[in-house]
Design a protein. Structure first.
Length: 365
C-alpha cells in the first residue's frame, strides 16, 4: 500500500514538473517571440566569404496566449488563448514562437534546411520567398507527421523575405497554417551591392525583428464588458474567408486587450538609447490585410521598401505600406528621450486595428 502511494506521488510530481517546463504545453504559454531574439540563425554575419549555413526548423503545434487580458499577466485566468502552429529552433516547445526564427545569410551562401516534423500532427512544409523555383523550396521541404526532410539551396538574390508553411499544397490548408502563425523572415545580405544598407548594418547599435499578423477566432472574444476569455481555434469558412479578423497583432500577441481597449503586455516593448543607430526588420504575414505601419513620435530616416537592400532607400518616411507576405527595413536614429516626449508607439495606422491589438512600444533612454 505504501509503495503504491509513493509511486502515485512520484507520478504526480513528475507530471507537475513536465507541465512546468512546457512539455504537454501548459494552458497559457507565451508564444510571442522577443523582438531582440536573433539567435541561433539570425545573428550579424561579420563575414564576406560564402559558407554553407545549416538551419533546422522544428514544427510545434501549441496553445498560447494572444490576449493577456485586463491584468496583463500571461497565463492568467482572463487570457484569450489560441491553438497556434509555429517553427522553433529545437525540439523544446518553448522555442516554437510567432514569428519563427530569424534567418540571416550572405548572398551566394548555400542554405541546408532541415524541416523536422517529428512533433507535428499533420503535414507541414516551408516556402521560402528567397528561393527561386521548387515553389520556394516547398516541393523539396514537405514532411508528413513524424517525418524529417533535408535539402540545400543557393541564395542568390539579396533582400529581406518571408518564409511560411505551405502545408500539403492545398490552398485551404496553406491559408490555415499561415493564419495560425507558421512563418518568419530570412535576410539575404548583399555581398557587394547595396552600399547604404551594408553601412546601416555595419553601424547598427540595435536591431529588432517584428512581424504583423491577424487571428480569426472560431468564437466571439467580446469587447469590454462582454470580453470572453478562453481557448479558441481558427475560423476558416466564416471570418477567414470574409477577411474579418478579431485580432491584428505584432509578434503573435495583442498589445491591446479586448478586455479594456488599453495596452496589455505588448510583445513589442523595446529599449534603445538616445542617438542609437537602430534597424527594424519588419514583415507583414497577413494573411489578408495591408499594414499602414507608423511609429508615433518617429520618422524612418531610411526605408528599404519591400525588403529591397540593393536600391537607394527612401528618406524621411512617416508611414510604410506593407502588403501581406512582404517586408520593409527601417533605419533611424532616435533624437528625443522618453523622459521628455513619452514612449514611441508602433501602430498599424488603419487606426481601429490598434483596438484589435496592433500596438508596440519603443522606450528611448
Amino acid at each position: 500500500m505504501k509503495k503504491g502511494v509513493i509511486l502515485l506521488l512520484g507520478f504526480v510530481i513528475i507530471a507537475i514538473y513536465l507541465v512546468s517546463v512546457g512539455i504537454g504545453d501548459a494552458f497559457s504559454q507565451d508564444i510571442s517571440r522577443d523582438p531582440t531574439e536573433f539567435a541561433p540563425y539570425g545573428s550579424p554575419l561579420g563575414r564576406t566569404k560564402n559558407e554553407t549555413v545549416d538551419v533546422t526548423l522544428y514544427v510545434h503545434e501549441r496553445t498560447g496566449t494572444i490576449d493577456a487580458g485586463a491584468d496583463g499577466a500571461i497565463g492568467g485566468a482572463d487570457d484569450v488563448t489560441y491553438n497556434v502552429m509555429t517553427f522553433g529552433s529545437s525540439s523544446d516547445p518553448t522555442t516554437g514562437k510567432v514569428p519563427g526564427p530569424f534567418i540571416r545569410v550572405l548572398e551566394g551562401d548555400t542554405i541546408k534546411v532541415t524541416l523536422n516534423n517529428s512533433l507535428g500532427n499533420e503535414t507541414h512544409s516551408i516556402d521560402f520567398h528567397a528561393i527561386k523555383g521548387y515553389r520556394g523550396g516547398m516541393t523539396k521541404l514537405t514532411a508528413a507527421a513524424g517525418d524529417t526532410v533535408t535539402d540545400t539551396f543557393q541564395l542568390l538574390h539579396p533582400g529581406l523575405y518571408v518564409y511560411h508553411c505551405a502545408a500539403d499544397g492545398v490552398i485551404a490548408n496553406i491559408a490555415t497554417h499561415i493564419a495560425n502563425g507558421m512563418w518568419g523572415m530570412i535576410l539575404v545580405e548583399p555581398k557587394k551591392g547595396g552600399k547604404s544598407f551594408r553601412n546601416d548594418v555595419k553601424n547598427a547599435d540595435k536591431e529588432f525583428y517584428i512581424m504583423q499578423s491577424e487571428y480569426y477566432l472560431d468564437g466571439d472574444p467580446g469587447l469590454g464588458a462582454s470580453y470572453t476569455p478562453g481557448n479558441y481555434g481558427f475560423d476558416l469558412l466564416g471570418k477567414g474567408l470574409a477577411e474579418h479578423p478579431d485580432y491584428v497583432v505584432f509578434n503573435g500577441r495583442a498589445g491591446v486587450s479586448r478586455a479594456t481597449i488599453a495596452p496589455s503586455a505588448p510583445p513589442v516593448n523595446i529599449n534603445v538609447n538616445l542617438g542609437d543607430n537602430v534597424i527594424i526588420y519588419f514583415g507583414n504575414m497577413g494573411p489578408s490585410l495591408l499594414s499602414a505601419t507608423h511609429m508615433i513620435g518617429e520618422i524612418w530616416d531610411r526605408e528599404y521598401e519591400e525588403g529591397d537592400v540593393l536600391s537607394p532607400p527612401r528618406n524621411n518616411i512617416e508611414t510604410s505600406t506593407v502588403p501581406p507576405a512582404s517586408t520593409v527595413i527601417w533605419a533611424f536614429k532616435p533624437l528625443v528621450k522618453e523622459s521628455e516626449g513619452g514612449a514611441n508607439v508602433l501602430v498599424d495606422h488603419a487606426i481601429f486595428r490598434v483596438a484589435k491589438g496592433a500596438l508596440g512600444l519603443m522606450h528611448v533612454k
